[in-house]
Write a protein that binds this ligand. Structure first.
Ligand code: ACO
Length: 429
């Protein structure tokens, strides 16, 4: 028999269904509670609220486990290519060789971006943050592909939009960097794989032909996999909400990019490096900054530390930390920021404040140090995150759309004035 819970309120008893997930997580179904009792639930910041059932990503924050469609993040990061993982997330299964070739070829054939998009980009000043340029240009694609305005078009058309997004995001991401540098943009080279193509568009100059270093391309492949999905985080929730209004997939992804940009979410990778640079410039006194982070009257926080759902090591941080050592060694890079980061981690992990709050390094703590070693400037770190997260956003949107979920529309507990009469301007104090 299925489990039920009882709510006793105001002399009445309400029975609530209890749902169970495949990993034995349990949830109280309150969807009919208001109709039955007049009660809504209140949970600011959704700290204990599930917004959807989902079969995409499993995360156990207490144990520090992460799986995409049942496969552990450790195994995928070690053995898979980013496009395989993207296919897995979007379509539910690892691709066969034929499926992967078709997916890859489709993406290679759509990497070119309409030249009018470049004209739009030319309107942005060089001081524009690449994330702002990226989200604006991705949103503008809805104008170039008006069919996407109806997300309920036949499946082949939706697949074409997905292919276009996967193909064009790296091109536009590299262009957003060129805009910042004031350099001419590079066009994609469809002979290259996903990561190599992006690197070439980023770093080639009319005066310099960038040569792809397999160590760099492999490191990028791994980083993109680690960022590819993370269940109902801030940007995934944004994607589902925007998509629930039946907006175009391009505008949905632009919404995800904007949400990711904030320093409490994906923008933390840039903030971590800025923090480490600040500590280095201040003499490298790690203890001083740990004290500041603990001081309630000081707004300073240890960026790259803490997570809404992990109460243990973020498994992605473990993989990135190891990969950081490997990549720096292979590339012969000696980055003083790595030393400061390791010292900071060690001090924080032994400190009662961080231990009692279960604050551990998250995915962003070490990723910036690898990006620096790969030659990627810090303003581009969150763009790199967006590149990795794209298939996760698409998968979250597709799942919501295929389940025909209703428009996302939370309720509120109103705390403002009750009805009062309009006051003419001459009578106002
Ligand atoms: N440094 C110092 N103290 C912290 C930190 C930190 N980085 N993170 C949390 N705390 C403290 C809080 O002050 C609070 O202390 P209190 O109980 O004494 O009031 C307690 O730990 C709980 O923190 P909350 O802010 O309530 O936790 P929440 O789940 O709302 O926030 C968040 C999670 C936003 C990630 C937070 O830990 C943070 O700001 N971290 C730094 C930014 C960061 O690295 N973000 C990237 C997250 S990963 C990602 O999105 C890709």
């Amino acid at each position: 028999m299925s489990k039920r819970a009882e709510l006793h309120f105001d002399g009445n008893v309400y029975e609530l269904p209890v749902l169970e997930g495949t990993e034995n997580e349990i949830a109280l179904d309150i969807s009919k509670l208001r109709a039955q009792s007049g009660l809504i639930t209140l949970d600011v910041g959704f700290k204990n609220t599930g917004s959807t059932p989902s079969a995409i990503t499993f995360l156990n924050g207490e144990k520090g486990e992460l799986r995409y469609r049942g496969y552990s993040i450790e195994e995928l990061a070690d053995k898979a290519s980013f496009l395989e993982v993207a296919y897995l997330l979007i379509y539910g299964e690892l691709p066969t060789e034929d499926q992967l070739t078709k997916f890859d070829t489709g993406i290679r054939n759509h990497t070119l971006v309409h030249s009018d998009v470049l004209e739009i980009m030319r309107g942005f000043p060089a001081s524009a943050h690449p994330m702002g340029v990226l989200s604006s240009l991705i949103c503008s694609l809805s104008a170039f592909y008006p069919n996407s305005l109806d997300p309920y078009r036949p499946a082949e058309e939706v697949d074409l939009t997905i292919t276009r997004l996967m193909a064009k995001l790296p091109t536009i991401a590299a262009w957003s960097y060129k805009n910042e540098m004031g350099h001419p943009v590079n066009y994609p080279d469809n002979n290259l794989d996903y990561c190599s193509n992006f690197l070439k568009m980023m770093f080639s100059l009319p005066t310099y032909e960038y040569e792809i270093d397999p160590v760099v391309a492999d490191a990028l492949n791994k980083l993109l996999i680690l960022h590819a999905d993370h269940e109902q985080n801030c940007s995934a929730a944004t994607v589902r909400i925007v998509g629930s209004a039946h907006s175009s997939l391009y505008t949905v992804i632009a919404g995800g990019i904007n949400s990711l940009w904030g320093p409490l979410h994906g923008g933390a990778n840039q903030a971590v490096i800025e923090m480490l640079e600040m500590i280095a410039a201040d003499g490298g006194d790690v203890d001083k900054y740990v004290l500041k982070a603990k001081d309630r009257d000081d707004p300073f926080r240890l960026m790259g530390f803490g997570h809404r759902v992990y109460r243990n090591f973020d498994p992605r941080a473990r993989i990135i930390k190891k990969s950081c050592d490997d990549v720096l060694e292979k590339l012969g890079v000696d980055d003083p920021m790595l030393e400061i980061a390791k010292k900071l981690e060690q001090v924080a992990l032994e400190d009662e404040y961080f231990v009692s709050r279960k604050l551990y390094p998250n995915v962003d703590f070490y990723s910036g140090i690898i990006y620096r070693a790969l030659g990627i400037p810090k303003e581009m770190f969150t763009v790199m995150f967006a590149l990795g997260r794209l298939p996760g956003w698409i998968a979250q949107w597709k799942e919501m759309r295929e389940a025909n979920q209703p428009i996302g529309r939370p309720r509120q507990l109103y705390t403002g004035y009750t009805l009062r009469p309009y006051v003419p301007i001459e009578e106002r104090a």
